[in-house]
Design a protein. Structure first.
Length: 308
């Protein structure tokens, strides 16, 4: 089978997930060192960013993320955000984490590369009468002054930007001294890492660092350690809980989750059906529920750092 080349934004996962036998350290060695920082050729980065923007605009992340709100709440409560502080949610999607903070009286700003998601987040805030601001912005080039925010968070969002060292630099730059930087990042070993491994079997690689490297403790220390006074890392489980069976979960992801939606969109009918079968098998094998329900635990790396 020939792999599709039409979903470049999805394919950087393959650096980590191309084989069950490939370790994370081996995967890192397959990525040119210059790709982890700011040295990727400008025209290629422009194209990749456009692909990413289109990928996250596709599907319906607002509808998709509603099932993730309980896990977002658990993550938020461990950050211990004080009421009234200034919080920035980077790659905020449709506001699942930012809106939780706004309901707690936090001064919230959310940014995302997808304008339709920013608009949806703002609409949700208005509907609830919440004081929260949302705007389109790039995690690699945040439009804020140094030290603007007391808390900077990203829930499985900023990890997908193609130049991770720039992301790390921006998270550190806009966080006030003594402030908190918190991230939740999917791991290569966890369920979402396995799902991306499945997707990578159908899509050609694009040469950028895998987003899943943000789920590696050593790499996170390299990226954030020099700008932080304290760095706490813990592997957690995110519960995907759906009131329908694995076959319907795969269809739900195919319709509404950008990376999966884009993967199916680029494949022909035969390849698409094969991908669907493999994803159903994956979800079924990890399912902890019976009776036509789906409950799957997905590992992520929780990052909580104090800005120096």
């Amino acid at each position: 089978m020939t792999k599709s080349t039409g979903a470049a934004a999805v394919t950087s996962m393959e650096a980590v997930t191309s084989s069950e036998a490939v370790t994370l350290r081996e995967a890192e060695s397959s990525v040119p060192p210059e790709c982890d920082g700011a040295s990727v050729a400008a025209p290629e980065i422009v194209r990749l960013k456009a692909d990413l923007r289109g990928m996250w605009m596709s599907g319906d992340y607002d509808r998709f993320s509603r099932y993730m709100e309980p896990g977002a709440r658990e993550f938020y409560e461990r950050i211990e955000v004080a009421s009234g502080c200034r919080l920035l949610d980077v790659a905020c999607g449709a506001g699942q984490l930012a809106l939780i903070a706004a309901r707690e009286g936090v001064d919230v700003t959310g940014v995302d590369v997808a304008p339709n998601l920013v608009e949806r987040a703002a609409a949700r805030a208005r509907a609830e009468g919440l004081k929260a601001r949302f705007r389109e912005a790039d995690a690699e080039d945040l439009p804020f002054e140094d030290g603007t925010f007391d808390v900077v968070v990203s829930l499985v969002g900023a990890m997908f930007a193609p130049q991770p060292d720039r992301v790390a630099g921006e998270l550190l730059r806009v966080c006030a001294p003594g402030g908190t930087i918190a991230m939740a990042n999917w791991t290569a070993e966890g369920f979402i890492g396995r799902m991306f491994r499945t997707l990578s079997g159908f899509i050609a690689p694009n040469g950028t660092p895998s987003p899943l490297l943000w789920g590696d403790e050593t790499r996170v220390r390299e990226r954030l350690g020099r700008g932080t006074a304290e760095l706490q890392l813990a592997r957690r489980q995110y519960l995907f809980d759906y009131p329908f069976p694995p076959e319907d979960v795969v269809e739900f992801f195919a319709r509404y989750y950008g990376p999966t939606h884009r993967a199916f969109e680029t494949l022909d009918r035969v390849a698409g059906e094969r991908l669907r079968r493999e994803l159903v098998a994956l979800w079924s094998s990890a399912n902890q529920a019976d009776g036509g329900l789906t409950m799957v635990q997905a590992e992520y790396l929780e990052v909580i750092a104090q800005r120096s």
